[in-house]
Design a protein. Structure first.
Length: 255
């Protein structure tokens, strides 16, 4: 008989389960609930041949497997988030069984309640801002008092100064964008900017921000993003999402 574990997606406060029947998660497993002391854990029963500690170490290096698993995990979280405030947990959090999940809900009960209270009626929006810093700045030709080597060094120094100034201006713009968007959000977080290999963009990423916004202010937030466009910076808006960036409970499985 294959050993199994309990895969945890998210935690909510106790709610009716209508609307989530037939929901499937990682490895196409059915999603079920574990209620305990006013909280509900959304879980699947998974094979430890695939989700045990050693198989996971290998699988996490398989980008196809990782992408499929992450997609299934986030799909479950988003479906649950449509029903109630949700505290998502990190990808591939696996426990030995349901009793360990119940222990988690008992031991961290107040922490979960605090987080769920904080995100109730709110959703996360993501904003990324890009700028092309590779374009040359305006050329300023001055008489050269030296030979060709001196002229080359002067042009190179001028180019470096121009690029440094472009970076400085870009950093100021990113800070202004973040402050403006944060004025509408109830909480905000700046993630590390992604390099072009991760972002898939040749432009430099200036801002990788997450904003927790009251549902009643979604339209206001989106309008603010639109108003901030066309200022030499390209802005990408994503969401709304479950509040991944604002439910920072450290929850670890048994793997």
């Amino acid at each position: 008989m294959t050993d199994t574990g309990t895969y945890l997606y998210a935690v909510t406060e106790e709610i009716p389960s209508s609307g989530l029947e037939g929901l499937r998660g990682v490895a196409d497993t059915p999603v079920r609930t574990i209620p305990c002391e006013g909280l509900v854990a959304y879980v699947s029963t998974v094979s430890l041949d695939e989700f045990g500690a050693e198989p996971l170490r290998r699988s996490m290096e398989d980008l196809d497997w990782l992408g499929e698993t992450a997609g299934a995990h986030h799909h479950v979280v988003e479906e649950v988030a449509d029903q109630a405030p949700v505290a998502p947990v990190r990808l591939v959090t696996v426990y030995r069984g349901d009793e360990q999940v119940k222990d988690l809900l008992r031991n961290r009960h107040d922490d979960f309640v605090d987080v769920l209270s904080n995100v109730a009626g709110r959703r996360e929006w993501g904003v990324k801002a890009y700028v092309d810093l590779s374009a040359p700045g305006p050329s300023r030709t001055a008489p050269s008092l030296g030979g060709p080597g001196t002229a080359y060094l002067k042009r190179r120094q001028a180019g470096l100064r121009s690029r440094e100034e472009a970076w400085r201006q870009a950093a100021l713009e990113a800070e202004r964008l973040h402050e403006t968007l944060s004025s509408i959000a109830v909480a905000s977080h700046r993630h590390r900017a992604q390099d072009p290999e991760l972002s898939g963009r040749k432009e430099a990423m200036l801002l990788n921000g997450a904003y927790l916004v009251e549902r009643s202010r979604d339209d206001e937030f989106m309008k603010m993003v639109d108003d901030l466009r066309d200022r030499g910076v390209e802005i990408e808006l994503t969401g709304p999402w479950a509040p991944y960036s604002f439910t920072d409970l450290e929850v670890r499985g048994d793997g």
